[in-house]
Ligand binder design. Structure first.
Ligand SMILES: [Zn+2]
Ligand SMILES: [Zn+2]
Length: 382
């Protein structure tokens, strides 16, 4: 599927200003917002498409690359944030939630907010980051420092949103109760619904003088370095939740969480299978017959292992405890060395003669009893 032009998606010209792009995105986001189009897949796609276009065009660096190289310039993981436009709804809300206006918390993402719970504590939205780990980091656990852009409590007003010396006044919409009651007529008779007051967001009072730094929100967007301790044994696709390290909430609520999505970097030689590791060892025919010392890669470096004479292809050597630890257990997996024997396809006439010679020895005939007798015959040979 070829991607549409980002400018076309947002319906702006190639030389649109940042402000124009923001406005255009806002318009699209509101038009296709899932709250307005429940269950409408097409609107959801459009909503995502617009977010992806905005993600690129709102970033000077990415926009420049896009202008120069098109989608190829910003595709894949190059952008850092999202892989190739695979933005989830949650991603969109956590990154661009503020653009929908009307303050924060209006659209808090799916599921969590929006329902008319009568008493709700303001909670900041969750942040999501991806962390790529090597097998070695997974084996030992690792401390990662990650820069995240997030909402932090405004230091100027201590997160209250009120200017110094400002007074509050009772909210006139809800008369200070923080809730509004609506009575509607339905087939079942009159229904009373209570919801959070839209004017004061349930606080019951409004600020007479807003803090100029944060425009009364009590929040500022800032970069923060977050230290994440990743335990040993984590796996691709696991999500760690670092409590309280997400976005701060408006005016003194509790912080959201930082959700860390684990990604595994593929090891050049070792294959992971749960807490076990697999290494495919290919030996030459003579080495398999005569035995040989070999080097096996492990997460702690290479180890020397002696391969016994007469080792069969398909045999699995188990190096106990050389695998990975389990994320919340005491068990440590093993390293399984799967032995394969290399059978050459193209050999010279001379080599063929050498192999022919093997035929003369009874020892090379299959079906000559069990391994035991095979070994004893081997010993007699040398
Ligand atoms: Zn402030
Ligand atoms: Zn109110």
């Amino acid at each position: 599927m070829s991607k549409r032009d980002y400018y076309e998606i947002l319906e702006v010209s190639k030389n649109a200003s940042a402000e124009e792009i923001k406005k255009a995105y806002r318009k699209k986001a509101i038009q296709f917002h899932p709250d307005k189009n429940p269950g409408n897949k097409e609107a959801e796609e459009k909503f995502k498409e617009a977010a992806e276009a905005y993600e690129v065009l709102s970033n000077q660096e990415k926009r420049k690359r896009y202008d120069q190289f098109g989608h190829a310039g910003v595709g894949g993981a190059a952008g850092g944030g999202f892989g190739g436009g695979g933005m989830s709804m949650d991603d969109i809300f956590s990154h661009f939630g503020d653009i929908f206006g009307g303050g924060f918390g209006g659209f808090g993402g799916f599921g969590g907010f929006g329902s008319s719970g009568s008493q709700r504590v303001n909670k900041g939205s969750n942040l999501r980051v991806k962390v790529k780990l090597t097998l070695q980091e997974i084996a030992n656990g690792v401390e990662k420092k990650i820069k995240v852009k997030k909402y932090v409590s405004c230091q100027h007003c201590n997160g209250t949103g009120a200017d110094k010396g400002s007074a509050y006044s009772d909210c006139s919409t809800c008369r200070g109760t923080g809730q509004v009651t609506r009575i509607s007529n339905t087939i079942l008779g009159q229904m009373q619904t209570r919801s959070t007051c839209p004017t004061c967001h349930g606080e019951g009072r409004i600020i007479t003088h807003k803090c100029a730094q944060c425009n009364g929100e009590g929040l500022l967007r800032q970069d923060e370095i977050v230290t994440i301790n990743i335990p040993a044994g984590v796996e691709e696709g696991m999500q760690l939740s670092v409590s309280g390290k997400g976005n701060a909430a408006r005016r003194g609520g509790i912080n959201g969480d930082l959700l860390v999505l684990i990604q595994e970097e593929q090891h050049p030689e070792l294959i992971r299978d749960g807490s076990d590791l697999i290494y495919n060892l290919t030996m030459s025919i003579p080495d398999a017959i005569l035995g040989a010392p070999v080097e096996i890669p492990t997460v702690e470096g290479r180890v020397k292992v002696k391969i016994e004479p007469g080792t069969q292809p398909g045999k699995i050597l188990r190096l106990k405890g050389k695998g990975l630890p389990e994320v919340n257990g005491y068990h440590r997996g093993d390293l399984l060395v799967r032995i394969n024997v290399f059978i050459p396809k193209d050999i010279s006439r001379e080599d063929a003669k050498m192999v022919e010679k093997l035929k003369e020895s009874e020892a090379f005939l299959p079906g000559q009893g069990d391994e035991q007798s095979f070994f004893s015959r081997m010993k007699n040979m040398f």
